[in-house]
Design a protein around this ligand. Structure first.
Ligand code: ZN
Length: 173
């Protein structure tokens, strides 16, 4: 569901501003050969955490954009609770990151595009809005959807091309 349609023009502008910052982070991921996902965390109008996917480069399955941004924001706040923060991420959070968002008690999440294969803000599960947990997150989706989806589409197209080239190379050997 596109919840961005119910927003005022001013709110929309603000969300788009921070989503562009998250897109800048995603760009860094692209440049280092990672799945292009970027994230920023905003507190009192300031960005206090940034992150992009670094799983491949750091050879660490935990190094998702949201986890890095949460680490930085928690260091800044000096607490594990990130109350009054809004997390912007270009792509719907996976189960690990959605879990971390709930653990950090982040009240607001804004994401750009859905991840039908791993998303846990409604696509596969809805960890962010599960009444049996002790924390529920307000979620807005669809902010700069196309811009957020584009690098993902291009990445996987390139990835598949590379995989099929390597495959045919392997077959020729
Ligand atoms: Zn994740």
């Amino acid at each position: 569901m596109d919840t961005s349609e119910a927003l005022s023009e001013e709110q929309l502008k603000e969300h788009e501003h921070y989503m562009r910052e998250a897109l800048n982070e995603a760009e860094k991921a692209i440049n280092s050969g990672e799945v292009p996902i970027g994230c920023v965390i905003v507190y009192n109008g300031n960005i206090i955490g940034r992150g992009h996917n670094l799983r491949n480069n750091l050879k660490n399955p935990l190094c998702h954009a949201e986890i890095s941004a949460i680490n930085e924001a928690a260091n800044f706040i000096g607490d594990w609770r990130l109350e009054d923060c809004t997390l912007y991420v270009t792509v719907e959070p996976c189960p690990m990151c959605a879990g971390a968002i709930v653990q950090a008690r982040i009240p607001n999440v804004v994401f750009g595009t859905r991840n039908v294969k791993a998303g846990c803000a409604g696509s596969i599960l809805n960890i962010l809005d599960e009444p049996r947990f002790n924390h529920q997150v307000n979620v807005i989706e669809g902010i700069l959807r196309e811009e957020c989806a584009k690098p993902m589409g291009e990445f996987f197209k390139r990835f598949r091309k590379k995989a099929s080239a390597e495959n045919s190379e392997a077959q020729n050997q």
